[in-house]
Design a binder for this molecule. Structure first.
Ligand code: URA
Ligand code: SF4
Length: 240
């Protein structure tokens, strides 16, 4: 629908309204249809360009770069970098914070205790990393003592995730924990505020939920996390 079509419909609706009121044409201002049209075209263009992979890029190329990356201080103490794991054309993408001890020694994401719970959570909504779900993190190398990755470390690593997303093009992104949620949404609120409703990252639907390690610490997060998972499953099974 272009600006002219929109104006025509708006004017038509206005006329019907006048007729229902049995009165003269009301004097509400005509919206700026051209500006709205230009804005929505700009948004579409931004989405299309952000989501387009680089020419010749591949998940294997990204993984190889990550493994030898020295772009931030997290390279200094890592044993293995952890690029991510899962199929090349997944239905869903899960993004966590960063590798822990077990991940750092095996080079795979979410393989420690939190990872085992994550696998169970995903399997409860029909997802698994062997088939339809890719799993990765904001930073690909372990922060020492599992401290939060610093903003400059997150920024240094973000390009890899953007490239992965452009190639993976999942139907939706599940973002687990505060660090990943804040990094992807540019937000400063906690998970309690960011979870529970759909958001967007680079034109893709994104849902925030609690990190599985939070669920291991505190049972009260389990119910809201299950609500989030159901919402996520609904979106994945919806058409389009
Ligand atoms: N926690 C994370 O956020 N990511 C992992 O890969 C493992 C634990
Ligand atoms: Fe490179 Fe990311 Fe590892 Fe830092 S965390 S060294 S940016 S791969």
């Amino acid at each position: 629908m272009n600006a002219d079509d929109r104006r025509e419909i708006w004017e038509g609706l206005g006329l019907v309204g006048d007729w229902l009121r049995g009165g003269a044409r009301s004097s509400s201002a005509v919206p700026d249809f051209e500006a709205a049209q230009a804005q929505s075209e700009a948004r579409e263009a931004a989405r299309a360009s952000l989501a387009r992979p680089r020419e010749g890029d591949s998940l294997a190329a990204i993984a190889a770069e990550v493994e030898k990356c020295r772009a931030c201080r997290l390279c200094e103490k890592r044993n293995r970098a952890v690029p991510g794991q899962g199929p090349a054309q997944p239905l869903a993408l899960v993004v966590g914070e960063g590798p822990g001890a077990e991940e750092d020694s095996r080079g795979l994401p979410f393989v420690g205790p939190a990872g085992q719970l994550l696998d169970r959570m995903l399997s409860s909504i029909g997802l698994d990393r062997g088939g339809n779900c890719f799993i990765t993190n904001i930073v690909k190398c372990r922060p020492p003592q599992n401290r939060d990755p610093a903003p400059d470390e997150q920024a240094a690593c973000m390009g890899y995730l953007r490239r992965q997303i452009a190639l993976l093009r999942p139907k939706a992104i599940l973002c687990v924990g505060r660090i990943a949620a804040q990094a992807l949404l540019g937000a400063s609120e906690g998970v309690g505020r960011l979870r529970g409703s759909w958001r967007e990252f680079e034109g893709l639907p994104l849902l925030v939920t609690y990190h599985p390690s939070a669920l291991l610490r505190d049972d009260t997060y389990k119910r809201p996390a299950w609500e989030d998972l159901k919402l996520f499953r609904e979106r994945l099974s919806a058409g389009g």
